[in-house]
Design a protein around this ligand. Structure first.
Ligand code: FAD
Length: 443
């Protein structure tokens, strides 16, 4: 295979976004060097649910059947709100039952697959590309020249020795705490600190010997959620998400039991007792946070961000991988057109050359991010949770359509179609009704 350039494109990060961009670029005959501080397969806190459109991108990388064999498909999402007990003025208590609403995907099925297996599959596909080279190291410095860039990284076996890599372009696919993002926008850290009170954290555990559900189950508890994703016939992954203000871990050894204790219905539905958790859970425990990361710019001269590195709202709607893979595909397509032009003109690609990528990513993320903010509102407000789930119980097709918008398969404007007005009115009625009864209880 003939390479189209003497200098490689450097990709920082061998996560799903980095490996997808690398494979797609190599398929177009661009030489690529992938640098990651860890050796694949790489684990990470993740709900591990791949939505149907994410699988379409993965199908461009290699035989999907091999990946499907090591996971478990699911056909939709279900939301679960626990039973609630309210104090009612001076006259006693009022109880409301648990609620559940389920939506089936309107097209295709999703795939629950253990993160390490996804990483291994991606790595295998990348290894089959002769134009991809792997380096283990931590990228920490970037120098821009007129027609090329120098990326510096340190290798774990010799931290005093800095390796300098001359490259045609740098792609920052280095996740939430992106180093590359700081090269584009040096004051990132300050904007994160300002939102400390609203910080959300996530943790994943794996369980064997539990029948896998056919849908991803999302259980709400006050300011927290637990996601159950089927990963095999008797294997599930549970991702817990919480606000810093609603849960403060006492320590690593007790964190899982403390989290489970907040989700009684989940324990009952999985038929487990939080006592013997230690024997029942897989040993690996992955945690990450804070999740919210805003980027004002995702491209600059000689460098672009992709995946979580390009900004992230929250894991509550489980769209991260889908957005990361689609952005990777958009970036590879844009670079394929731009790199040759920049090379012939003897310069680096700049933000203006990449504006098509920036616009496409903004369009791609607009509705999913809006819905994620809506889901976060539900997470903070039990009254809204109950109103939403109770309405979706009666309007499952509307719920499926919301999932479609969240996955980028339909525009959010479609939710305003007159067909959905009864559902929207019902939702508004539910919200008003529940707010009124909450106020009367307080009175
Ligand atoms: C709790 C939780 C649950 C989630 N659930 C889901 C879900 O169910 N479905 C879904 O689609 N998404 C989910 N997500 C989101 C999903 O995990 C991410 O969107 C996805 O992993 C992004 O991939 P990435 O390649 O951009 O980043 P990452 O997977 O984070 O990869 C970044 C890579 O960069 C490497 N790296 C970092 N810095 C450097 C450096 N300086 N030098 C070299 N290498 C570096 C890291 O080692 C890592 O391998 C969830 C996220 C969380 C936190």
């Amino acid at each position: 295979m003939e390479s189209r350039s003497a200098l490689p494109v450097a990709v920082i990060g061998a996560g799903p976004a980095g490996l997808t961009t690398a494979i797609l670029l190599a398929q177009k005959n661009w030489p690529v060097v992938v640098i990651d501080q860890q050796e694949p397969p790489i684990d990470k806190a993740c709900g591990e649910g791949l939505m149907p459109p994410a699988l379409q991108v993965l199908a461009r990388l290699g035989p999907l059947a091999e990946l499907q064999q090591c996971g478990r498909s699911f056909d939709g999402i279900s939301y679960h709100v626990p039973a609630a007990t309210f104090a009612r003025g001076n006259s006693g208590i009022n109880q409301t039952g648990a609620l559940m609403a389920a939506a089936t995907f309107l097209s295709g099925a999703g795939l629950g697959v253990r993160r390490t297996r996804l990483s291994r599959w991606l790595y295998q596909q990348a290894r089959q590309q002769p134009l991809i080279r792997f380096e283990i190291g931590r990228a920490d410095h970037y120098i821009r020249h007129s027609d090329h860039a120098i990326l510096e990284y340190t290798q774990p076996q010799d931290r005093s020795n800095r390796v300098r890599l001359a490259c045609r372009y740098v792609i920052g696919a280095d996740g939430l705490r992106s180093t590359a993002a700081r090269w584009i926008q040096p004051n990132q850290a300050k904007s994160r600190k300002a939102r400390r009170n609203q910080q959300r954290w996530g943790l994943t555990v794996h369980c064997r010997g539990v029948p896998a559900p056919g849908k991803v189950m999302v259980h709400f508890s006050q300011g927290m959620e637990a996601y159950v994703t089927p990963l095999g016939s008797d294997e599930i992954g549970i991702a817990f998400l919480w606000y810093r203000s609603s849960f403060q871990p006492r320590g690593r050894s007790t964190i899982t039991a403390d989290l489970f204790a907040r989700f009684e219905e989940l324990q009952q539905s999985l038929a487990i007792d939080s006592g013997p958790l230690a024997g029942w859970l897989d040993a690996s425990l992955q945690a990450v946070g804070p999740l919210y990361t805003r980027r004002r710019a995702i491209t600059a001269t000689g460098i672009s961000l992709v995946g979580d590195a390009a900004g992230y709202v929250d894991a509550i709607t489980g769209e991260g991988l889908n957005l990361a893979l689609h952005s990777a595909s958009l970036l590879a397509d844009t670079l394929d057109r731009g790199l040759l032009l920049a090379a012939t003109e003897g310069r680096l690609l700049n933000a203006q050359d990449l504006r098509q990528y920036t616009r496409a990513v903004n369009r791609l993320k607009f509705w999913p991010e809006l819905l994620t903010h809506g889901a976060l509102l539900l997470s903070r407000r039990p009254v809204l949770q109950r109103a939403f789930v109770s309405c979706m119980q009666r309007q499952p097709y509307f719920f499926s359509q919301i999932l479609n918008v969240n996955m980028g398969l339909a525009s959010g404007w479609q939710l305003c179609h007159w067909r959905y007005w009864p559902a929207i009115l019902q939702l508004l009625f539910q919200v008003v009704d529940r707010l009124a009864s909450q106020l009367s209880r307080r009175g």
